[in-house]
Design a protein around this ligand. Structure first.
Ligand code: NAG
Ligand code: NAG
Ligand code: NAG
Ligand code: NAG
Length: 288
């Protein structure tokens, strides 16, 4: 069974070289650094700093009630996955990149934005992946200024780059093209993966080596999708999930290809599709 603790283990071990699931005391100079790119699953509240109002209600109570005691802009009652990863890695919880505070970029940064996608045309007004990349480049600049090129490169090479992105591209595609042909769907997946690959290569060129992905979930099982088709009853909509599966296969292939082409590139994928799908399909397995 794929469990969330497996995810933490994978990401925390990427942060904690050599591979180990135990949190070790941090040797002198072994700064851990976590850069987060993504959508609502990973957004710690960036959207509340956008000029257009796109936060979608996450700024009101009871969001935040189980941990932060106030709404933070997270689409969660408590912590999101990057918060747990940071805590297990003994890093501070990363604030939203757009929060106007003095950031400690040697710890990393979280650029994720609820609604954001890989493609620029997905949900205008949110922070899409190309915009998140441009924020990351600004962080690289500031690290170089603070540490010098050589030390900054070391930090960037040791850092983990953690992604949850793509779901929104398929939500908007499906909403606009519910009956798309198989070849049009493949073409669209190719466009998403092509742009995502471009971003990964740029991060690699800037020093990034350790990539972690939470893949696309069973999109047809999400309440918003089920609500569109009341005739499904307790079932899930097949098409959106089929798009997510196409995407996840292509993502796994492209990461494998990058690993064989780019020296030092390594990655891990948390299979969120099946982890969440199993919880939706077999909830009794997860009852306490
Ligand atoms: C919001 O608008 C202000 C003023 O126009 C601008 O300086 C700022 O960069 C904008 N913020 C974002 C996140 O786009
Ligand atoms: C939330 O409130 C609880 C109970 O008062 C407290 O223990 C906890 O530290 C608070 N959490 C945060 C993040 O402030
Ligand atoms: C998509 O196809 C279904 C049946 O296959 C049909 O009921 C529906 O009207 C179509 N939707 C659009 C937007 O063409
Ligand atoms: C990236 O996406 C744009 C649409 O936003 C598309 O025109 C372009 O072909 C894509 N690039 C790749 C490399 O797939």
């Amino acid at each position: 069974m794929v469990s969330l603790s497996y995810l933490f283990c994978v990401v925390v071990s990427l942060l904690d070289d050599p591979l180990s699931c135990h949190v070790q005391s941090k040797p002198e100079g072994e700064q851990k650094t976590l850069f987060v790119f993504g959508d609502s699953l990973f957004d710690p509240g960036n959207n509340k700093y956008l000029n257009a109002s796109v936060e979608g209600g996450s700024l009101s109570w009871p969001y935040g009630e189980t941990f932060f005691n106030q709404s933070t802009g997270r689409l969660s009652d408590g912590r999101i996955v990057p918060d747990f990863v940071a805590q297990f890695s003994e890093l501070p919880i990363l604030p939203p990149y757009l929060q106007p505070i003095a950031h400690q970029f040697t710890d990393g940064a979280n650029f994720a934005s609820a609604g954001g996608g890989v493609l620029v045309q997905t949900h205008p007004g949110t922070i899409n992946l190309p915009a998140q990349l441009s924020y990351f480049k600004a962080v690289v600049k500031s690290l170089k200024k603070k540490l010098g090129d050589v030390e900054a490169k070391k930090v960037l090479m040791r850092a983990v780059y953690f992604f949850s992105i793509g779901g929104n591209d398929y939500f908007s595609f499906y909403s606009e093209n519910p009956n798309a042909s198989q070849s049009y769907r493949r073409q669209y997946v190719g466009m998403v993966i092509g742009n995502l690959t471009g971003v990964l290569k740029e991060i690699y060129d800037l020093g990034g080596r350790k990539i972690a992905f939470q893949n696309a979930g069973p999109l047809g099982c999400l309440p918003a999708m089920k609500a569109r088709s009341p005739q499904l009853g307790s079932g899930c909509a097949e098409e959106p999930s089929a798009l997510a599966r196409l995407h996840n296969r292509a993502l796994a292939n492209v990461l494998k290809k990058l690993e064989s082409k780019l020296p030092g590139f390594k990655y891990s994928i948390f299979d969120y599709y099946n982890a969440l799908g199993d919880r939706v399909n077999n909830p009794s397995k997860y009852e306490h």
